[in-house]
Design a protein around this ligand. Structure first.
Ligand code: AMP
Ligand code: FE
Ligand code: FE
Ligand code: ZN
Length: 283
């Protein structure tokens, strides 16, 4: 058994293209010691993956990824060791799902005005039960031949600076961190190198942020090292994962291919214990 882990994977429960079963199979083939399926605004893959991994040596750590707008930035927050049955969490995720649906309608509206005659039904057929995300819209645009590729859909229409972009709403960064904590989890800033707003990190630490995702497929070695160092400086843990979405962009090959050690899991567990102790200590 290797000590390698992948703590950032998406499944068909959000915008990934592998089912939870396929994610577990792939992780077993690659002899990973632990994985976390961190679906966008969804925890439904967790128990399924844990069941698939039962009687194997693969550990499936509960996780999720929340997206929100903060100071003009598209901030992604990972939550680890959350309780996927937490009523407060499930209620919030249900609310986010409804926000995502309404945002989808706004995106479609903008696309229609731009001459792309896409319909909500087409997009929802692709999303299925998953909370609606831009990748589902992009897939629909490729299928209906409004663009030649998934990437083109983001570059011309759906990306942050593109004309059909609609920001997420519904939750602030502070509320998202609290939600993860109240669900028993540890809050980690996803791919800070992609966000590229390091000046926001001290304030996030004040809000209770627990960690930085130092290793990510977009981060080069130097970037990863910088975030490990920054995590140490702020007393945070660091984590890492591939952000594999299955075949759509970078493919299945990405799963487990960003080298991350099991030490990250141990550090997350320690942090979770510390948070628990802190919350019962009278102030
Ligand atoms: P949403 O949650 O609807 O805002 O969509 C965010 C997801 O879209 C990310 O998790 C990625 O999977 C994908 N994504 C965001 N920006 C891009 C981009 N520029 N190119 C390709 N995929 C992207
Ligand atoms: Fe995604
Ligand atoms: Fe992300
Ligand atoms: Zn992700």
């Amino acid at each position: 058994m290797s000590q390698r882990v992948d703590l950032h994977i998406h499944s068909t429960a959000s915008d990934g293209q592998m089912t939870p079963f396929e994610v577990v199979q792939c992780a077993l083939e690659r002899q990973l010691r632990a994985i976390s399926i961190t679906d966008h605004d969804s925890v439904v893959a967790i128990e399924e993956a844990q069941n698939c991994a039962r009687d194997t040596e693969l550990e499936v750590i509960p996780g999720l990824e929340l997206g929100l707008a903060h100071r003009g930035a598209d901030v992604h927050l990972l939550g680890y060791f959350i309780d996927p049955r937490s009523p407060e969490l499930l209620k919030a995720l249900d609310r986010f799902r409804r926000h995502r649906y309404r945002r989808g309608e706004k995106i479609i509206d903008k696309l229609n005005r731009l001459g792309v005659d896409l319909r909500m039904e087409t997009v929802m057929a692709i999303a299925g039960d998953a909370p609606l995300g831009r990748p589902h819209v992009a897939d629909a645009m490729v299928r209906e031949e409004y663009v030649n590729s998934y990437r083109e859909a983001f570059a011309r229409y759906l990306g942050y600076h593109a004309p059909a972009y609609v920001p997420r709403s519904g939750v602030s960064l502070e509320q998202a961190i609290d939600l993860i904590h109240h669900s028993g989890g540890v809050a980690v800033l996803a791919h800070p190198g992609v966000l590229s707003r390091d000046e926001l990190i001290p304030e996030m630490v004040e809000m209770g942020l627990d960690g930085l995702e130092a290793y990510h497929y977009i981060h080069d070695q130097e970037t990863a090292r910088r975030y490990v160092l920054l995590a140490h400086q702020h007393g945070l843990v660091f984590t890492g994962g591939s952000d594999c979405h299955g075949g759509r962009t970078s493919g299945r090959h990405l799963l487990g291919k960003v080298p991350v050690s099991y030490h990250c899991v141990t550090a997350l567990r320690k942090r979770q214990k510390w948070l628990g102790l802190r919350s019962v200590t009278p102030s």
